[in-house]
Design a protein around this ligand. Structure first.
Ligand code: GLU
Length: 501
């Protein structure tokens, strides 16, 4: 039975990635993280729980506070419950996951994996902790396929060894014409990016993963469900230590009961990461109703840290919409949505106290701002500081190196923001020092804050700006502001941003 494997495409992709990797190595990029070393000792009286996973926004990645991701957090809870250290082994393809399990190099695979008949032959599954439906995704500028037979005109690429490849192989029995490509070199994010760029026409993605990814790929659309919902579970070897297997089952069952799974699902798959109201109208409403109460406080604190208060106001709006009691499922709190760690570092004792939160946030921002490379000048300096505030300085530095590699200017935000989203692509992040990051997020974060900052500046110009505006435009000041605020409604995202939103 043919798997639909198509060599020319694979060769092309493989070659492309090798060249990129080679050049990046020459450029001195540190090769890290992606394939961590895998210890091969057999499990004995172990202190460490070895969990193998794949890097991605739904599994495991680093943000500005360290490692995170649904699978990571769940595995960490389990290790804690066992009183063991957690060792995460991250690989970049499913084949390596199964090989590591077979070779006794990992105890558990926790990687959003579906229970399938093929896999059941060799492995043991935990009780499912999620359901997900594999969906055919197509690019919006082509006709929406309605049935499996409609996709033969285009290029369908899926991850090799995935449940999707297995499903296609079984569909082939009923639809002999069905052809597709498989790759073990790329992951879901890469495939969606290729789809966006028109390099492929279709791919298959689990519905829960697509929910998280879709904000970044504007033209990716669901055509139809390729199969019934599949159960997602952790996987172990068949000859696994029975005690460990039983503990895992007990842990997952109690996580369902005590709401921990629901909490993690909400945190990583919920709407938290959706693009938030960039709309000027909402902003203006809140500016009229909420800002006046906090304005003197924001101005006072901005003064203390030698900041433009409109920037502090824009950041706090982006963080919490000026709600001092704001909470997010990720555990950040308050007006500036500080984490517990940052709050502690900045001497904040009560994150829900508006003044403390604003002061902590301003101080933290200033600290990051001072560390921005000295080669970067204003106003870019502020945008880089904001990006680091959002995603972490290390990732921004990685993106600056990639920018340099492309011959663009690593000191210019307009150039670096083009390349930040590459940190989501394995072909790039694998060769950076700090690895995977949701690179499109700081781009949006900075874009939103700049937008709010502009709106605030139009409404609250400094005396200097007022005079300058008056001098250049021969218009009464009030009228000028009215025009400016109408214009802002027409603001379109930059072309780079529209690629990733
Ligand atoms: N649920 C899919 C599987 O088990 C996820 C694989 C993927 O998206 O790469 O294979």
């Amino acid at each position: 039975m043919s798997t639909g494997f198509f060599t020319p495409l694979k060769t092309k992709l493989g070659a492309g990635l090798c060249v990129k990797a080679f050049v990046l190595c020459l450029l001195g990029f540190a090769i890290t993280a992606c394939k961590n070393t895998v210890s091969i000792e057999p499990l004995q009286q172990q202190q460490t729980l070895k969990v193998i996973t794949r890097i991605g926004p739904t599994t495991y990645y680093q943000d500005r506070h360290g490692p995170t991701g649904f699978e990571y957090m769940l595995a960490l809870e389990f290790a804690n419950e066992l009183g063991m250290e957690l060792e995460i082994i991250s690989v970049d393809n499913l084949e390596d996951i199964f090989a590591a399990l077979r070779n006794n190099q990992a105890d558990i695979a926790a990687a959003g994996l579906s229970i399938t008949d093929e896999r059941k032959k060799s492995f043991r599954f935990s009780t499912p902790y999620q359901n997900s439906t594999p969906q055919l995704i197509y690019r919006s500028n082509i006709d929406q396929p309605k049935t499996i037979d409609d996709i033969n005109n285009g290029k369908l690429l899926v991850v090799a060894n995935s449940s999707h490849a297995e499903k296609l192989a079984s569909l082939k029995k009923l639809h002999p014409e069905l052809t597709w490509y498989e790759t073990s070199k790329l992951d879901t994010g890469d495939l969606l990016e290729m789809l966006e760029l028109g390099e492929i026409d279709y791919t298959i993605v689990d519905s829960n993963e697509f929910k998280v990814h879709r904000a970044y790929y504007r033209s990716a659309r669901v055509a139809f469900d390729i199969a019934a919902p599949e159960s997602i579970a952790w996987i172990m070897r068949k000859d696994v230590n029975q005690k460990l297997f039983d503990s895992m089952q007990k842990f997952l069952k109690s996580s369902k009961k005590n709401g921990m799974l629901a909490h993690l699902n909400e945190r990583f798959f919920g709407p938290a990461e959706e693009v938030k109201q960039i709309g000027s109208r909402t902003f203006y409403k809140k500016m009229e109703r909420r800002l006046p109460k906090y304005l003197p406080m924001i101005q006072k604190i901005a003064d203390e840290y030698d900041m433009d208060w409109r920037l502090l106001a824009a950041i706090s709006y982006r963080e919490s919409h000026w709600k001092p009691r704001a909470k997010s499922p990720t555990g950040v709190r308050g007006m500036m949505m500080l984490t517990q760690i940052t709050a502690k570092e900045m001497g904040v004792t009560n994150r829900l106290d508006a003044e403390q939160s604003l002061r902590g946030g301003a101080q933290y921002f200033k600290k990051i701002y001072k560390r921005v490379a000295s080669t970067i000048e204003e106003p870019d300096r502020t945008w880089f500081a904001l990006a680091s505030y959002n995603v972490g300085r290390g990732h921004v530095e990685d993106a600056r190196q990639i920018t340099d590699f492309f011959g663009d200017n690593p000191n210019k935000w307009v150039d670096v923001k083009k390349h930040l989203p590459l940190l989501q692509r394995k072909a790039w992040y694998a060769y950076t020092k700090h690895g995977y990051a949701r690179g499109a997020e700081p781009v949006r974060y900075v874009q939103h804050i700049r937008h709010y900052y502009d709106l605030l500046s139009w409404t609250y110009p400094t005396e200097q700006e007022r005079l300058a505006a008056k001098a250049t435009e021969n218009l009464p000041v009030e009228l000028e502001f009215e025009q400016a605020s109408i214009d802002t409604n027409l603001l379109a995202p930059s072309p780079q941003l529209s690629n990733v939103l």
